[in-house]
Write a protein that binds this ligand. Structure first.
Ligand SMILES: Nc1ncnc2c1ncn2[C@@H]1O[C@H](COP(=O)(O)OP(=O)(O)OP(=O)(O)O)[C@@H](O)[C@H]1O
Ligand SMILES: [Mg+2]
Length: 355
């Protein structure tokens, strides 16, 4: 067992990938480690040895996997915290056995990040040569026939996005300085993620958009589904962090998820009371982190049982991002919704104490 803080998916789930590779007798697209069917099983789990990673509609995963077997790239789109990055890592791990060929898109991402750069010391001493060239993750993915991941595609400047276009349509990367090119080996493709809260996808040029099939990852359909996702991820994170045993009250998880869903939707779950939505995103990812923090509190400072006081501070912190306007939103929710729920008394008190 490695002692790194966060192993890559292909290392963490190496056993599951090996089992699948052994039993998988369906056709594998060229360059793929597994068949599309086995990749989908890896992602969604099989109720047995293969644990679910992404929890959501099967069809969405099938469409995403099928896209990667075509000549189009895959764009995972959705609001923050819908597991876009998570799913892309697992797809790359299952299909290529390598989730590390990653380009992080930011406003400062340079063309070298999708093409290649130079080791200037060697460039000066040797002149342009293969040895002086530093390949980008995308170039390596092309040469090795693997998947490259591009995070936050819409944040990259448009000239860098444009560099991707040639690459995706020609499947070749010219190295003008050497008069050479790198042709993509079979198995190469790109998974990009984009957040539709950021600069919109409309900022993608239509030329680039046509190179991608877009798959929208939904927010969990029901409270039950979201509670399930949070419970499962929290348990995994707890094991990874080697936390002392705690009793994870499903009731607390349900409460966190309910509060976040109601504030997100702007209405209580019974549909009766309108509430205002705060400025921050209250996604499944935030719920996971509030509950994880709560468990750490319960484990180290409490009696090992997750209690309202362990999550209250985290909830208030997640909701109140803007100290003025969000505070008003939260107070109103607390006094008009939380206070009136008979079985939420402890929680109401804990929230008041928390701020
Ligand atoms: N449907 C889901 N199934 C499994 N895990 C989920 C699901 N939704 C959210 N998560 C969990 O939420 C966390 C955050 O997910 P991730 O970072 O991939 O979100 P994202 O969509 O990339 O967000 P952002 O837009 O902020 O980059 C991960 O730990 C992931 O496991
Ligand atoms: Mg992400």
């Amino acid at each position: 067992m490695t002692s790194v803080l966060r192993p890559h998916a292909e290392d963490q789930f190496a056993d599951e990938l090996t089992i699948l590779a052994k039993t998988d007798d369906r056709p594998r697209p060229p360059g793929w480690r597994l068949s599309p069917w086995a990749v989908t099983t890896y992602v969604l789990g099989d109720g047995g040895q293969i644990t679910p990673k992404y929890i959501g509609p099967r069809r969405i995963v099938e469409v995403a996997v099928a896209t990667l077997a075509t000549d189009r790239a895959l764009l995972l789109l959705g609001v923050p915290g819908t597991a876009k990055t998570w799913l892309s890592e697992h797809l790359a791990a299952a299909i290529s056995g390598d989730s590390t060929l990653l380009v992080q898109g930011t406003a400062g991402t340079a063309e070298e990040a999708v093409r290649y750069g130079w080791n200037y010391a060697r460039l000066l001493s040797e002149g342009p040569s293969r040895g002086a060239l530093t390949p980008s993750p995308v170039m390596r993915a092309m040469a090795e026939g693997r998947l490259a991941r591009v995070e936050e595609l819409t944040r990259m400047p448009s000239d860098v996005q444009d560099a991707l276009i040639t690459l995706l349509s020609e499947k070749t990367l010219p190295i003008a300085e050497l008069g050479e090119e790198v042709q993509a080996a079979k198995g190469f493709n790109v998974i990009a993620t984009a957040n539709d809260r950021d600069r919109g996808v409309n900022d993608l040029s239509s030329a680039l958009r046509r190179r991608f099939n877009t798959v929208v990852l939904p927010v969990p359909a029901s409270t039950e589904e979201e509670v399930g996702i949070v419970a499962r991820r929290v348990a995994q994170l707890g094991r990874a962090l080697e936390l002392p045993e705690t009793v994870t009250g499903m009731e607390e998880i349900r409460r966190v998820v309910t509060v976040f869903r109601e504030l997100r939707a702007g209405v209580t779950s019974d549909g009766r009371t309108k509430v205002k939505s705060p400025s921050g995103t209250l996604s499944t990812a935030e719920a996971i982190s509030v509950v994880t923090n709560g468990i750490v509190l319960a484990a180290h400072f409490g009696d090992g049982v997750l209690r309202p006081a362990d999550v209250a501070g985290g909830i208030v912190g997640a909701v109140v991002q803007d100290p003025v306007s969000d505070r008003v939103v939260w107070q109103e929710y607390l006094e008009t919704v939380v206070r009136d729920r008979d079985d939420w008394r402890d929680f109401y008190r804990a929230c008041r104490d928390a701020g």
